[in-house]
Design a protein around this ligand. Structure first.
Ligand SMILES: *Cc1c(COP(=O)(O)O)cnc(C)c1O
Length: 366
């Protein structure tokens, strides 16, 4: 079998260095002689680690002092419920920008807990973040929710919207720690870890302190940000191993040079693929508008803008033979999707780009 290059959208590739560390520490956590997997979440070693992971989040994202950093079970979608349950009580209504499948899901979940105002015209073809002049924001909304990067459709915000004082809530599941963001412009940032910063089961939540203490009475304690903050994310047994892996990935990001370095690499890696697509004379087709093109998830079709499914199948088969795996597009959009998360190396992207070039040459000549 050739060496594998994993372009999957999530759970996604982890840095090789992190695997080396996990392997070494798996049966002896922090010199205790036992694995973290059998360590009490109330032990001093875990309490220390819990703090260390919060600290590395704070350093990397330059999180201001008036924000809490929480680790919560239930992944990204757990927060689709937690967001309205913790925030919607102020006015009973919330604004949602739906720019792809994930924000659509978040809006649907929020409807269980209050009134949802859809800020953008409804569509099922997600290829752009519409211009701000087209947005219908409700000044009375408790918060404005966006998905900063749509993992399935490949639509990414290249700016932070101005919500005129209404707290901005962003799902960063798939572009967390891939670029520099000014945390002070957000009320809440959250995301599941398994795309860019770890493995499934844990959500990282960064919440401004003045937004605490508004949870609906029905909110389960484990989804309540205020209760979680009071208990330093150890209300019940947290997903410790997922938090551990997240900590190790974040330390790796720090050793690489932090978010500036991640952003620089993400731009180069994604540009290599988009450039090839743009110069392919229509053989490859990327549907998303240029300024909203994701630097993390690159969906494209082959043969035409609707995709030639037989050709796409052949592309995937040939890719797998070379060890380029998990490139199949999401079933909602079809085609191909290459995810270029932090752990995907420049060399791996070069191998993919070479393959795409060769595939085009072979099939256009016919
Ligand atoms: C994957 C993903 C989610 C869902 O995460 P789960 O941990 O599986 O619940 C939510 N939002 C975005 C943007 C995602 O990419």
């Amino acid at each position: 079998m050739p060496k594998v290059h994993n372009f999957g959208a999530g759970p996604a590739k982890l840095p090789e260095e992190v695997y080396d560390i996990i392997r070494q520490e798996l049966t002896d956590f922090d010199g205790t002689g036992i694995s973290l997997l059998e360590t009490s979440h109330r032990s001093s070693t875990y309490l220390k680690f819990n703090k260390e992971v919060q600290n590395v989040v704070r350093r990397l994202m330059k999180v201001p002092d008036n924000y809490k950093i929480l680790f919560m079970a239930g992944g990204g979608q757990g927060q689709f419920a937690a967001v309205p349950m913790n925030l919607i009580s102020r006015t009973g209504t919330a604004d949602y920008l739906v720019t792809g499948a994930w924000s659509a899901k978040a809006a649907k979940e929020a409807k269980k807990y209050g009134k949802v105002n859809l800020v953008l015209p409804e569509t099922n073809r997600y290829i752009v973040v519409p211009h701000e002049s087209e947005w219908k924001l409700d000044p009375n909304a408790s918060y404005v929710h966006i998905c900063f990067n749509e993992t399935i459709h490949g639509v990414e915000f290249d700016f932070v919207p101005d919500t005129k004082g209404v707290p901005l809530v962003a799902d960063m599941s798939s572009n967390f720690f891939s670029r520099v963001v000014d945390v002070s412009k957000f009320g809440v940032i959250y995301g599941g870890a398994q795309k860019n910063i770890g493995t499934s089961g844990v959500a990282l939540v960064i919440v401004r302190e003045d937004l605490l203490n508004h949870a609906l009475p029905i909110c389960p304690s484990i989804l309540d940000w205020t209760v979680t903050a009071k208990n330093d994310s150890i209300l019940n047994t947290p997903p410790m191993f997922a938090i551990y892996i997240m900590g190790k990935v974040l330390e790796w990001i720090e050793r690489q040079g932090g978010l500036e370095e991640m952003a620089k690499n993400a731009l180069i890696k994604s540009s290599k693929i988009y450039k090839l697509i743009d110069e392919s004379e229509g053989f490859y087709h990327a549907p998303v508008h240029r300024i909203c093109r994701s630097k993390m998830n690159i969906p494209f079709r082959i043969g035409s803008h609707n995709g030639d499914e037989a050709l796409e199948k052949e592309f995937l088969k040939g890719a797998e033979a070379l060890g380029l795996i998990q490139l199949k597009g999401h079933r909602d959009v079809g085609g191909i999707r290459a995810s270029t998360y932090n752990a995907v190396t420049m060399e791996e992207v070069d191998i993919l780009v070479d393959y795409m070039k060769n595939f085009q040459m072979k099939h256009q000549a016919k």
